[in-house]
Write a protein that binds this ligand. Structure first.
Ligand SMILES: [Zn+2]
Length: 177
Protein backbone atom coordinates (compact mmCIF):
# COMPACT_ATOMS: atom_id res chain seq x y z
CA UNK A 1 0.00 0.00 0.00
CA UNK A 2 1.45 3.39 -0.93
CA UNK A 3 1.50 6.29 1.47
CA UNK A 4 -1.46 8.23 0.00
CA UNK A 5 -3.59 5.09 0.14
CA UNK A 6 -2.59 4.61 3.77
CA UNK A 7 -3.44 8.25 4.60
CA UNK A 8 -6.87 7.94 3.00
CA UNK A 9 -7.63 4.72 4.87
CA UNK A 10 -6.59 6.33 8.16
CA UNK A 11 -8.92 9.30 7.56
CA UNK A 12 -11.79 6.99 6.62
CA UNK A 13 -11.29 4.92 9.78
CA UNK A 14 -11.25 8.01 11.94
CA UNK A 15 -14.39 9.32 10.19
CA UNK A 16 -16.17 6.02 10.91
CA UNK A 17 -15.10 6.15 14.57
CA UNK A 18 -16.36 9.73 14.88
CA UNK A 19 -19.64 8.64 13.31
CA UNK A 20 -20.02 5.75 15.76
CA UNK A 21 -19.29 7.97 18.71
CA UNK A 22 -21.78 10.63 17.49
CA UNK A 23 -24.50 7.97 17.12
CA UNK A 24 -23.69 6.71 20.64
CA UNK A 25 -23.85 10.23 22.10
CA UNK A 26 -27.17 10.88 20.40
CA UNK A 27 -28.46 7.70 22.00
CA UNK A 28 -30.21 6.62 18.83
CA UNK A 29 -30.48 3.08 17.42
CA UNK A 30 -27.60 2.63 14.92
CA UNK A 31 -29.97 1.33 12.23
CA UNK A 32 -32.10 4.47 12.56
CA UNK A 33 -29.15 6.61 11.47
CA UNK A 34 -28.63 4.74 8.17
CA UNK A 35 -30.86 6.98 6.01
CA UNK A 36 -28.77 9.99 7.09
CA UNK A 37 -25.56 8.26 6.00
CA UNK A 38 -27.15 7.26 2.70
CA UNK A 39 -28.36 10.80 2.09
CA UNK A 40 -24.90 12.28 2.70
CA UNK A 41 -23.11 9.54 0.76
CA UNK A 42 -25.39 9.17 -2.25
CA UNK A 43 -27.65 12.25 -2.09
CA UNK A 44 -31.44 12.52 -1.99
CA UNK A 45 -34.04 11.26 0.45
CA UNK A 46 -33.96 7.80 1.99
CA UNK A 47 -36.11 5.57 4.15
CA UNK A 48 -35.36 2.37 5.98
CA UNK A 49 -37.51 -0.17 7.75
CA UNK A 50 -36.79 -3.05 10.11
CA UNK A 51 -39.19 -5.14 12.18
CA UNK A 52 -39.19 -2.61 15.01
CA UNK A 53 -38.35 0.73 13.47
CA UNK A 54 -38.98 2.99 10.53
CA UNK A 55 -36.62 5.82 9.69
CA UNK A 56 -36.93 8.51 7.09
CA UNK A 57 -34.37 11.10 6.03
CA UNK A 58 -35.37 14.09 3.95
CA UNK A 59 -32.81 16.47 2.50
CA UNK A 60 -33.09 20.20 1.91
CA UNK A 61 -30.36 22.20 0.19
CA UNK A 62 -29.80 25.81 1.11
CA UNK A 63 -27.21 27.91 -0.73
CA UNK A 64 -25.66 30.76 1.20
CA UNK A 65 -24.18 33.19 -1.29
CA UNK A 66 -22.36 36.43 -0.64
CA UNK A 67 -22.86 38.81 -3.61
CA UNK A 68 -19.93 41.05 -2.63
CA UNK A 69 -17.38 38.28 -2.21
CA UNK A 70 -19.01 36.27 -5.03
CA UNK A 71 -18.75 33.06 -3.08
CA UNK A 72 -20.85 30.75 -1.02
CA UNK A 73 -21.66 27.18 -0.14
CA UNK A 74 -24.64 24.83 -0.27
CA UNK A 75 -25.72 23.63 3.15
CA UNK A 76 -27.35 20.19 3.19
CA UNK A 77 -29.93 19.80 5.91
CA UNK A 78 -31.04 16.23 6.51
CA UNK A 79 -33.95 15.71 8.87
CA UNK A 80 -34.12 12.21 10.31
CA UNK A 81 -37.50 11.06 11.59
CA UNK A 82 -37.67 7.84 13.61
CA UNK A 83 -41.07 6.14 13.44
CA UNK A 84 -42.64 9.09 11.61
CA UNK A 85 -46.36 9.85 11.65
CA UNK A 86 -47.95 11.87 8.87
CA UNK A 87 -50.26 14.26 10.77
CA UNK A 88 -51.74 16.25 7.91
CA UNK A 89 -51.26 17.11 4.26
CA UNK A 90 -52.22 20.21 2.35
CA UNK A 91 -52.88 20.57 -1.36
CA UNK A 92 -52.13 18.37 -4.36
CA UNK A 93 -49.29 18.86 -6.81
CA UNK A 94 -48.85 16.88 -10.03
CA UNK A 95 -45.21 16.17 -10.83
CA UNK A 96 -42.83 13.81 -12.55
CA UNK A 97 -40.62 11.81 -10.22
CA UNK A 98 -37.83 9.32 -10.62
CA UNK A 99 -37.63 6.69 -7.90
CA UNK A 100 -34.28 4.96 -7.42
CA UNK A 101 -36.07 1.59 -7.70
CA UNK A 102 -37.62 2.40 -11.06
CA UNK A 103 -36.30 2.81 -14.58
CA UNK A 104 -38.17 5.89 -15.73
CA UNK A 105 -39.93 8.92 -14.37
CA UNK A 106 -43.61 8.78 -13.53
CA UNK A 107 -46.22 11.41 -12.92
CA UNK A 108 -47.51 11.31 -9.35
CA UNK A 109 -49.57 13.51 -7.07
CA UNK A 110 -47.91 14.89 -3.94
CA UNK A 111 -49.07 17.17 -1.15
CA UNK A 112 -47.68 20.72 -1.27
CA UNK A 113 -47.30 20.82 2.52
CA UNK A 114 -47.03 18.08 5.14
CA UNK A 115 -47.01 17.99 8.91
CA UNK A 116 -45.05 15.21 10.60
CA UNK A 117 -44.53 13.98 14.11
CA UNK A 118 -41.99 11.33 15.10
CA UNK A 119 -40.68 9.43 18.14
CA UNK A 120 -37.31 11.00 17.65
CA UNK A 121 -36.09 13.75 15.31
CA UNK A 122 -32.47 14.51 14.51
CA UNK A 123 -31.29 17.41 12.37
CA UNK A 124 -28.02 16.77 10.55
CA UNK A 125 -26.46 19.73 8.76
CA UNK A 126 -23.52 19.26 6.44
CA UNK A 127 -21.66 22.49 5.81
CA UNK A 128 -19.11 22.43 2.94
CA UNK A 129 -17.91 25.86 4.11
CA UNK A 130 -16.66 24.58 7.47
CA UNK A 131 -16.50 20.87 6.48
CA UNK A 132 -18.55 20.02 9.55
CA UNK A 133 -21.60 17.86 10.07
CA UNK A 134 -23.62 19.26 12.96
CA UNK A 135 -26.12 16.98 14.70
CA UNK A 136 -28.94 18.24 16.86
CA UNK A 137 -32.04 16.64 18.40
CA UNK A 138 -35.18 18.69 17.81
CA UNK A 139 -38.86 18.46 18.76
CA UNK A 140 -41.80 18.01 16.41
CA UNK A 141 -44.20 18.56 14.87
CA UNK A 142 -42.37 19.58 11.72
CA UNK A 143 -43.72 21.18 8.57
CA UNK A 144 -42.25 20.65 5.12
CA UNK A 145 -43.21 22.46 1.97
CA UNK A 146 -42.50 21.99 -1.74
CA UNK A 147 -39.61 19.62 -2.66
CA UNK A 148 -39.12 18.44 0.95
CA UNK A 149 -42.84 17.65 1.25
CA UNK A 150 -42.73 15.68 -2.04
CA UNK A 151 -39.73 13.74 -0.71
CA UNK A 152 -41.45 12.98 2.59
CA UNK A 153 -44.56 11.77 0.79
CA UNK A 154 -42.47 9.57 -1.55
CA UNK A 155 -40.54 7.96 1.33
CA UNK A 156 -43.67 7.45 3.50
CA UNK A 157 -45.10 5.50 0.57
CA UNK A 158 -42.03 3.25 0.58
CA UNK A 159 -42.35 2.71 4.35
CA UNK A 160 -46.04 1.83 4.01
CA UNK A 161 -45.27 -0.42 1.05
CA UNK A 162 -47.95 1.18 -1.10
CA UNK A 163 -46.24 2.75 -4.05
CA UNK A 164 -48.49 4.49 -6.50
CA UNK A 165 -47.69 4.38 -10.16
CA UNK A 166 -48.68 7.09 -12.53
CA UNK A 167 -48.53 8.25 -16.09
CA UNK A 168 -45.30 8.24 -18.09
CA UNK A 169 -43.56 10.85 -20.19
CA UNK A 170 -44.63 9.08 -23.38
CA UNK A 171 -48.27 9.67 -22.44
CA UNK A 172 -47.76 13.43 -22.77
CA UNK A 173 -48.55 15.29 -26.01
CA UNK A 174 -46.34 17.86 -27.69
CA UNK A 175 -48.08 21.07 -28.69
CA UNK A 176 -46.42 23.61 -30.93
CA UNK A 177 -47.19 27.29 -30.41
ZN1 LIG B 1 -38.33 5.83 -4.18
Amino acid sequence: MDYSEYGKLKKQLSFNLQEESAIRSLNIKPDAFLPVLFSFKFGGDWSFKTRDLEALAVKEKITHYNEDRKEGYTLERVTLLVNPQLMSTHGRVLRLEKCGNKKEREMVERPYRVELQAEDIILAELNPGTMEIVLKRIDGPLFFEGPAAYGVSHEIEHLEGLETSGKYLWEFKYRLE
